[in-house]
Design a protein around this ligand. Structure first.
Ligand SMILES: NC(=O)C1=CN([C@@H]2O[C@H](COP(=O)(O)OP(=O)(O)OC[C@H]3O[C@@H](n4cnc5c(N)ncnc54)[C@H](O)[C@@H]3O)[C@@H](O)[C@H]2O)C=CC1
Ligand SMILES: C[C@H](O)[C@@H]1OC(=O)[C@H](O)[C@@H]1O
Length: 254
């Protein structure tokens, strides 16, 4: 059963990792997919090729999510290509691990701008388009287990993920009257580029794995199903919710 047949799905940071898995998952479920990407034209092109190989239409739009104009540009180009926006997956993010006491101002600023401001502008631009269309829509933000728990080297990052989680709650209230649902997924530790260097430390990797009742770190594809579900009409009465996708790590105190 295809859950997103005929829908147009937009994904930020869609050329790699969780965003790419969401884009491909949406295409497997019958959606045309536009991805926003920051830098690598080759990775974006290969994602579009994968979407097209599934028989769907794909589009890649370059843009820094930290800039408000990237959001309107992304939405406008997707509408030009596909006629509408049904789903926004706000996923782009960075996590430059760093100690707290000597955290550079620029690192804090950039992390906030990409992860939180970027999500805000993208969600707002998509919501305005959905309101203009008058047929509702779905927004899924990629927050994190880090919205709920801290990290010694993530003092600049975890507040952005709590912020994204909170943004989905408030947007769910603001947009409910338009039939637009807003939810977040809260991934645990997923093996992607964002933590490749951090998890090269085998001790840390083993500690993270030991905390997970399902016995393994996550893969990007583990997020595709939950994101597609929240984007689909199967979740028609789900809004303002947050879905942990962490193999059980959060609940594992002892
Ligand atoms: N990997 C993990 O363990 C977890 C990741 N997350 C979140 O998942 C999201 C995706 O990250 P991953 O797939 O893990 O890593 P990733 O590094 O593969 O993906 C991040 C994507 O965002 C893009 N991006 C970064 N800055 C951007 C900008 N200014 N404008 C446009 N795109 C930009 C990157 O180019 C990349 O494609 C992030 O928001 C991250 O915080 C949340 C929880 C756990
Ligand atoms: C990048 C980290 O490995 C990852 O990011 C998150 O949001 C998770 O909490 C992990 O710490």
């Amino acid at each position: 059963m295809k859950l997103l047949e005929g829908k147009t799905v937009l994904v930020t940071g869609g050329s790699t990792g969780i965003g790419r898995a969401a884009a491909i998952g949406a295409a497997q479920h019958g959606a045309n997919v536009a991805i926003n990407y920051a830098s690598s034209d080759d990775k974006a092109a290969s994602c579009v090729a994968e979407i097209e190989a599934l028989g769907q239409r794909g589009l890649a739009v370059k843009g820094d999510v930290a800039l408000p104009e990237s959001a309107t540009d992304f939405v406008n180009k997707a509408v030009e290509a596909f006629g509408r926006v049904d789903v926004m997956v706000s996923n782009a993010g960075i996590c430059p691990f760093h100690a707290f006491l000597d955290m550079p101002v620029e690192t804090v600023d950039r992390t906030f701008r990409v992860n939180l401001h970027g999500a805000y502008y993208m969600v707002q631009a998509a919501a305005n388009q959905m309101v203009r269309q008058g047929q509702g829509g779905a927004i899924v933000a990629v927050s994190s287990i880090s919205a709920l728990v801290g990290g010694e080297f993530q003092t600049h990052y975890t507040p952005t993920k709590a912020g994204v989680h909170s943004l989905m709650q408030s947007a769910a209230i603001a947009l409910g009257k338009y039939g637009i649902r807003c939810n977040s997924v809260l991934p645990g530790t997923i093996l992607t580029e964002i933590n490749k260097e951090d998890l090269a430390d085998q001790d840390k990797r083993d500690r993270m794995t030991a905390r997970i009742p399902l016995g393994r770190l996550g893969e990007s594809e583990d997020l595709a199903g939950p994101i597609v579900f929240l984007a689909s009409d199967m979740a028609a009465y789900v809004t303002g919710a947050a879905l942990l996708v962490d193999g059980g790590a959060f609940v594992n105190l002892q």
